[in-house]
Design a protein around this ligand. Structure first.
Ligand code: NAG
Ligand code: NAG
Ligand code: NAG
Ligand code: NAG
Ligand code: NAG
Ligand code: NAG
Ligand code: NAG
Ligand code: NAG
Ligand code: NAG
Ligand code: NAG
Ligand code: NAG
Ligand code: NAG
Length: 717
């Protein structure tokens, strides 16, 4: 026995090392090359070092400061320990290659980084969306690999030269990783390996996915008998109830507290919130979680400002009298602890998360942004987790760097309330997915609005955006002065309320599906909104499509982002050979085709893949108190095709950290013209709904798991 084990170990040690497929070598020009024995797969043409980021040049023969090796069969780690203050690298590909990632913000409304050169910082004022700021020191190239620079230092990325990607960071020690796919074209596996090295997205509570309603200022715009902010929220609760519009949470943007600019005294203003604890308890009873606005900004003469100034915690050189109050330097442990302790007031009265604003408005030196935002998101997370436990609260930020993705979700900043803003928002959502910030939403209808004769959004923009939010991971909706659908003086309020109800309730129905993909993201980093190339990597036509995405793997979504209701949809060649239009369930499209579609505001172009399994239904009650004896109901929609022998879906049952994945599987058999759907305990009653040529066939879901078998079927596609 002992001898047998010894021989077994010996024979293992004689096997060739598993890392044998790829080799990394120093080239004659002091770059690095990864080959598979025959071909150069990665050309890291130059390693950069210098005393300034503008003068960094090739490290050349100083290579004793450099180490490189494969740490897994598909990930090479390159490490530089130098005395140069700036380090970086350049990668060279064919000039036709595309580069993706780094920023959420879509420069020129594009998902690629073609002709972009910018720092790894918040983007600030920009076309389409102001302050679209999520970012990651990570890019993917269509040449077939990804690169992750493991640092929070300030850096710059340059993609201006076709066939070239370059980064330089303000650091003398830098590790970067070159990540190859686990199989050719598997770009999702690049994201998976990257997020294993940096951080995986956190799992949100169901209430975070929305629909979520909020206002920029609940302290004004009173209607009827409303006389304070609390009652203003209750008025929203009532309107949602009477219109039977589903919702799961609400939040208060600024102002809501006392003092200058209403933030920094860690309280609610009693004039507008006479009883914060009772108010939040009421919202909770009616099915809403509640969040408040915070930022690392010390507004003049607030408690936050006074304490920080006394202790020298504020970044110097930022004029406190300006609207741009300074930030606290959270690298100072006492400042960090004070801020954290002060914020604990909010969870203590029932607040279940923060809208975390700013961090990129010059309230701190630019090279501090990545460090400071990471610290702030951490302390905000810590105050919430202490009170509520993992995944039981919802924090979402405008500015975040990749290591914070386990701590925060994202909203895309101040989008413009017109079709330009919508198009940019769609592209920013896709980009947010590429850098693995999957839990993402945009202000439905846009944030930056025009008043006067060009009131925005128009009802058309608003309606198209609502459809986009229905197929976004998070559906959030801004109300307020002139922008509350049921009070809107300048839009057709009947249409707006109708489309709001239709899309919010659809999003709510899709929660079982969305939550399952949020769970998948927390395990693998794979986004929910997926660039087409993530699902159809072999189809070269997909590389530059900015306004279509896969939502999960089963839905192909093509939001209408211009006026008139017409657009062209491209059907990418991925796993599915055909697509079925989802709402009518009649039109079938072959891959490689394009279709010209025209739709009224009561629909949107959405398609499903062959073999799709789509769990949807009513699994989270939220505000739906109009339903007596509510209990969870699930409909497992399946779209069989004999061209797909087997398909699977991991359904996420339960809440947050207490939930679990349950397998649903469909197999088809051409010769028997049969199909079978098997599933574990899905935790709800309901139906397996099979879409066939003959129509819909419903089979009751069995408690504790079971199967549905059908014979003699004709598939739709
Ligand atoms: C390298 O080329 C040889 C000869 O064409 C081929 O047999 C082998 O599979 C190739 N190796 C790889 C890793 O592509
Ligand atoms: C890598 O790129 C550099 C710069 O374009 C080029 O000179 C070199 O030949 C390339 N190396 C390989 C192996 O392709
Ligand atoms: C150098 O750093 C500054 C400040 O971070 C930045 O604005 C600039 O783009 C950088 N330049 C290069 C070539 O990386
Ligand atoms: C290589 O190193 C030597 C001494 O270490 C130095 O004199 C020379 O300038 C270096 N060459 C380059 C191209 O950096
Ligand atoms: C760089 O520093 C790290 C950590 O101190 C060390 O593990 C690594 O071996 C060093 N690499 C080189 C090339 O000096
Ligand atoms: C960076 O690398 C240098 C050279 O190896 C080393 O002396 C220094 O301690 C390193 N600094 C950090 C922060 O790791
Ligand atoms: C690249 O961007 C610059 C502005 O940054 C612009 O002037 C130029 O025309 C762009 N080039 C291409 C090829 O798009
Ligand atoms: C948003 O950014 C644009 C630049 O694209 C700027 O003109 C505008 O003033 C900004 N809007 C706000 C509200 O700051
Ligand atoms: C690099 O960081 C240092 C602080 O560590 C800062 O003083 C300097 O301005 C930064 N340089 C650039 C170009 O960002
Ligand atoms: C509020 O802050 C402004 C500057 O933003 C300052 O001018 C004003 O004095 C402050 N007001 C109070 C009451 O502290
Ligand atoms: C949207 O608004 C911005 C300014 O806020 C403007 O520059 C842009 O042209 C507008 N787009 C459309 C399609 O009206
Ligand atoms: C307003 O919208 C409703 C519902 O879409 C529609 O029936 C009605 O005709 C519209 N009214 C006007 C004035 O356009």
């Amino acid at each position: 026995m002992a001898m047998g084990l010894y021989l077994l170990l010996l024979s293992f040690s004689l096997l060739p090392p598993v890392f044998s497929t790829y080799h990394i070598t120093l080239t004659k020009s002091y770059g690095l090359a990864i080959t598979d024995g025959n071909r150069t797969i990665v050309n890291n043409s130059v390693i950069l070092a210098g005393s300034q980021n503008t003068t960094a040049s090739a490290l050349r023969n100083n290579t004793q400061q450099l180490s490189y090796s494969f740490i897994t069969p598909t990930v090479a780690k390159v490490q530089l320990n130098t005395t140069y203050p700036f380090l970086g690298a350049r990668f060279t590909t064919a000039t036709s290659s595309h580069f993706y990632g780094v920023w959420e913000y879509p420069f020129s409304a594009q998902i690629t980084n073609k002709n972009v050169s910018f720092d790894l910082k918040g983007v600030g004022n920009a076309e389409g969306i102001n302050w679209s700021n999520a970012r990651a020191p990570f890019f993917i190239t269509s040449a077939g690999y990804g690169v992750y620079a493991d640092t929070l230092g300030m850096g710059s990325y340059d993609f201006k030269t076709p066939g070239e990607a370059q980064f330089i960071f303000n650091t003398s020690n830098l590790s970067y990783y070159i990540i190859l796919p686990k199989s050719e074209g598997d770009y999702k596996s690049i994201i998976e390996q990257y997020t294993a090295l940096s951080a995986r997205p956190g799992m949100p509570p169901t209430s975070g996915l929305g629909p979520t309603f909020w206002s920029d200022d609940f302290e004004q715009d009173f209607h009827g008998t409303v006389s304070n902010a609390q009652e203003n929220f209750y008025d929203v609760v009532n309107h949602l109830y009477y219109n039977q519009i589903r919702a799961t949470s609400m939040f208060a943007d600024r102002p809501y507290g006392t003092g200058n600019r209403s933030f920094g005294n860690f309280d609610f203003d009693p004039k507008f919130y006479p009883d914060p604890e009772g108010f939040i308890a009421n919202l909770s009873d009616w099915g809403f979680d509640f969040q408040v606005w915070i930022a690392n900004r010390a507004f003049f003469k607030t408690e936050l400002f006074n304490t920080s100034q006394t202790n020298n915690w504020l970044f110097p050189g930022v004029d406190p009298v300006q609207f741009l109050g300074p930030a606290l330097n959270l690298s100072i442990p006492a400042a960090y602890d004070y801020f954290k302790k002060s914020l604990e007031y909010f969870p203590s009265v029932g607040v279940k998360g923060y809208k975390i604003d700013r961090g990129e408005e010059e309230e701190m030196p630019v090279w501090e942004q990545n460090f400071q935002m990471t610290l702030f998101l951490q302390l905000a997370y810590d105050t919430m987790i202490k009170r509520w436990g993992k995944s039981n609260f919802y924090n979402f930020a405008r500015s975040a760097v990749d290591r914070s993705r386990a701590r925060t979700a994202i909203w895309n900043g101040d989008s413009h309330a017109n079709f330009t803003g919508l198009a940019y928002s769609v592209a920013s959502g896709i980009r947010s997915g590429i850098i693995s910030f999957p839990i993402w939403g945009s202000d439905t209808g846009g944030y930056t609005r025009e008043t006067g004769s060009t009131q925005s959004p128009t009802e058309e923009v608003w309606a198209r955006w609502m459809w986009f939010s229905a197929f976004s991971p998070v559906y959030e909706f801004m109300l307020g002065t002139n922008h509350t659908p049921w009070y809107s003086p300048y839009t057709n309020s009947t249409q707006t309320v109708d489309v709001l109800k239709q899309t919010a309730n659809l999003h709510s129905e899709l929660i079982p599906y969305i939550k399952s993909y949020a769970y998948a993201a927390s395990k693998s980093g794979a986004p929910i909104m997926r660039a087409l190339f993530l699902e159809a990597p072999q189809d070269k036509n997909t590389w530059e499509i900015n306004d279509q995405y896969f939502f999960g793997a089963e839905f192909l979504v093509a939001p209408i982002v211009s006026s008139g209701g017409t657009r062209t949809v491209y059907f990418p060649a991925g796993g599915s050979k055909k697509y079925l239009e989802y709402f009518g369930k009649k039109d079938i499209h072959a891959v490689g085709d394009t279709a010209r579609v025209t739709l009224s505001v009561s629909s949107s172009p959405v398609y499903v893949t062959q073999g799709a399994i789509i769990p949807r239904g009513d699994v989270y009650q939220g505000n739906a108190r109009w339903i007596d004896n509510w209990s969870p109901k699930l409909t497992v929609e399946v779209f069989p095709s004999f061209e797909v022998k087997e398909s699977r879906f991991t359904y996420f049952k339960g809440e947050g950290a207490d939930g679990e994945g349950v397998e649903i599987k469909m197999t088809t058999n051409t010769s028997g013209k049969s199909l079978k759907v098997t599933y574990g305990d899905l935790g709800a009653t309901g139906t397996v709904r099979v879409y066939l040529k003959s129509g819909v066939k419903d089979v009751e879901l069995q408690e504790g798991g079971g199967e549905a078998k059908l014979d003699g079927v004709e598939c739709l596609f």
